[in-house]
Ligand binder design. Structure first.
Ligand SMILES: *[C@@H]1O[C@H](CO)[C@@H](O)[C@H](O)[C@H]1NC(C)=O
Ligand SMILES: *[C@@H]1O[C@H](CO)[C@@H](O)[C@H](O)[C@H]1NC(C)=O
Ligand SMILES: *[C@@H]1O[C@H](CO)[C@@H](O)[C@H](O)[C@H]1NC(C)=O
Ligand SMILES: *[C@@H]1O[C@H](CO)[C@@H](O)[C@H](O)[C@H]1NC(C)=O
Length: 467
């Protein structure tokens, strides 16, 4: 450890990297959001940067330079080189006069794309709640355009002005408009991967990351034994940290258990329902907590029954475990629509859960080798990248500080009105010129036809006269 530290320091001095003061503000108490950025924060602290972190969670291990604190007004008077938070805290970044990197934990979003100057991305990216998968049909693209127009108009004319009013009331001093502060965000990180939902045309101020993939840990002995001994394979069932199985209807818990009973596989279910209320089949083990990555990484894990959250999807693909998806909210249905299209697995609806359809889906994905083959291809894609997610994040964070906000990365579309970004003015001129041209052609043609007829009639008349 000491040797590592010395090497790090020597390395730092020799390449001239400096220690920066970074303020991290993650107030939203959602565990799955926090775990996506925690590895980045730890790595930053280990590189010698001084981190002031406000979040509902304390770090798992003690890291020097990682100061988990409450934010007070006096703390905000200190000087920071960077502010790392959600984009909607851009106002704090303005007050701190520090560049901001925003972090979104659920893939690309309509608002991020608009703020980052990539309004036109929706020619090819489906809006998050549409659950379309490219290539979109004309009607789907029409719907997609309407959704985005509605979103843009709502933000521009209602949402941002209403925040402006609130800020004017509560924040002392003159303040730029919310939309200009949002456009000032230096870099947007979002959790995602091309293997989850395809290649995206993104400007350089948006960085897609999968920083949370960690190495598997040693499993607890009892779980390790179960996994090792499961000759037929293990089915892992987990619906993320927000969806509580204890809130499922009792008949649905019983339905799931009866399907699992018929699977002829060991089933591990991360669930919090009261075990005294149900009869567990012999092949099913229910616990409050399993280390998901370590289970998925085990070679005997053959199927993952998931809610389709982005972290879970990235982990499933990384470890090549085919999925059965049951989406509940947010981007889950979007991720699973792609998973079905890419052949990683099948999706079922919680609102339309039947014993037979679930059993059929699970057996299909378990028995048809194409699902494993497809997700293995996805796994090779995720694993083959020039830098790990954490290294990518660190590179860009230090880049933004080195270049005082790196505002040169922003596309000029941010200064253009929306109709210019979408080439609407050019299109209108083209259509107008083309229409006028066609109109003139038509007029000339009808005139010529008119002349021709007149001449012909004249000559016929003359012929008649001579005859
Ligand atoms: C590092 O951050 C802590 C906590 O915010 C602060 O008290 C301290 O002064 C900072 N250290 C340096 C060297 O800036
Ligand atoms: C834009 O960000 C820079 C830091 O990168 C900051 O100094 C400036 O005040 C910000 N401008 C607005 C309008 O928020
Ligand atoms: C589980 O249910 C039993 C009986 O219905 C009850 O006595 C027990 O307190 C419950 N346990 C928990 C942890 O809620
Ligand atoms: C519900 O499932 C049944 C049987 O799988 C299917 O025929 C039906 O179309 C589904 N309904 C909806 C609304 O998805």
């Amino acid at each position: 450890m000491k040797l590592l530290l010395v090497t790090l320091i020597v390395l730092c001095i020799s390449i001239g990297c400096s220690s920066y003061n970074i303020l991290v503000f993650l107030p939203i108490p959602v565990w799955s959001h926090y775990v996506q950025v925690e590895p980045i924060l730890t790595a930053l602290a280990e590189r010698g940067h001084n981190l002031t972190v406000y979040s509902p969670w304390t770090p798992k291990k003690e890291v020097p330079n990682f100061h988990h604190t409450f934010l007070t007004a006096s703390k905000l008077k200190e000087m920071f080189d960077l502010f790392f938070a959600s984009e909607f805290l851009a106002v704090l970044s303005h007050k701190l006069a520090a560049p901001i990197i925003s972090s979104t934990s659920h893939g690309y979003s309509e608002s991020t794309l608009q703020i980052a100057g990539a309004l036109n991305a929706f020619a090819h990216l489906p809006a998050k709640f549409s659950n379309y998968v490219p290539p979109m049909t004309f009607v789907q693209r029409l719907d997609n355009a309407l959704r985005n127009a509605a979103f843009m108009i709502h933000n521009k004319y209602w949402y941002y002005p209403s925040i402006d009013k609130v800020l004017a009331k509560h924040v002392p001093g003159p303040l730029p408009s919310v939309s200009s502060m949002l456009k000032n965000v230096s870099l947007h990180f979002f959790t995602g991967n091309v293997a989850v939902d395809g290649s995206k045309l993104l400007p350089p101020n948006i960085v897609e990351l999968s920083a949370h993939i960690k190495a598997p840990l040693q499993l607890p002995k009892d779980v390790q034994d179960v996994m090792d001994r499961a000759g037929n394979g293990v089915v892992y069932v987990a619906f993320g940290s927000l969806i509580k199985a204890s809130q499922f209807k009792k008949e649905n818990i019983e339905l799931l258990l009866s399907v699992f009973k018929n699977l002829d596989r060991t089933v591990l279910w991360k669930a919090d329902f009261n075990l005294t209320d149900v009869i567990l089949p012999k092949n099913v083990i229910v616990k409050n907590w399993f280390d998901q990555v370590s289970i998925l990484a085990h070679p005997n894990c053959v199927l993952f029954f998931t809610h389709g959250g982005i972290s879970s999807m990235i982990e499933a693909i990384n470890f090549a475990v085919p999925v059965i998806g049951m989406p509940f909210f947010a981007d889950q249905a979007h991720n699973l629509a792609y998973a079905e299209q890419y052949g990683y697995g099948l999706t079922i609806k919680y609102t339309n859960l039947t014993h037979d359809s679930l059993l059929w889906s699970m057996k299909t994905v378990l028995q048809d080798p194409k699902y494993k083959k497809n997700i293995k291809r996805g796994s090779r894609i995720i694993r083959d990248s020039p830098m790990s997610g954490v290294d990518t994040a660190i590179y860009w964070i230090e880049y933004v500080i080195r270049h005082e906000g790196a505002h040169h990365l922003k596309p000029v579309t941010l200064q253009m009105p929306w109709y210019q970004e979408l080439l609407l003015d050019v299109t209108v001129i083209f259509v107008t010129i083309f229409s006028v041209f066609m109109y003139i052609l038509l007029k000339i043609f009808t005139f010529l036809v008119f002349c021709y007829r007149k001449l012909r009639n004249k000559s016929i008349n003359e012929k008649k006269k001579t005859v």
